[in-house]
Ligand binder design. Structure first.
Ligand code: THU
Length: 133
């Protein structure tokens, strides 16, 4: 279990902007070079425009020029159960993962328990960059 990655996701949640849902989410991406990129959810007065923590993290990473190397993701939420990435975030994560041909570990972190899975299990038969060839 990548405890530093989980700690980074928890710390990222401290900067969540979630005044409408009061549901602070943090995400942390681990890259093959050891580096970590984080994100937190960012909501909007126009509720449907909310950005999830995972999406913010992927956008930050790609804006830094990253195009692969994604080996693990940790997501933390305030609920009683471990949080799993929403459907849209699975697809967003898949884009970066497929670019580098990795199948990242997804750590779904709850207050008591962390569940470890793989992106390919959360999003089987994914549509991605290669599908456009
Ligand atoms: N949220 C995330 O940040 N990631 C997810 O995978 C699920 C949901 C956010 C969106 C919204 O700001 C809040 O959690 C409640 O849905």
């Amino acid at each position: 279990m990548d405890e530093p990655l989980i700690a980074a996701a928890r710390a990222a949640a401290d900067h969540s902007y979630a005044p409408y849902s009061n549901f602070a989410v943090g995400a942390a991406l681990r890259f093959a070079d050891g580096s970590v990129v984080t994100g937190a959810n960012v909501e909007n007065a126009s509720y449907g425009l909310a950005l999830c923590a995972e999406t913010v993290a992927v956008a930050r990473a790609m804006a830094q020029g990253r195009r692969g190397g994604l080996i693990a993701v940790a997501v933390t939420g305030p609920g009683a159960e471990p949080i799993t990435p929403c459907g849209r975030c699975r697809q967003i994560l898949n884009e970066l993962a497929q670019l580098g041909r990795t199948d990242p570990i997804i750590l779904c972190v709850g207050p008591q328990e962390t569940r470890s899975t793989r992106l390919s299990l959360l999003l089987p038969d994914a549509f991605g960059p290669a599908s456009l060839d």
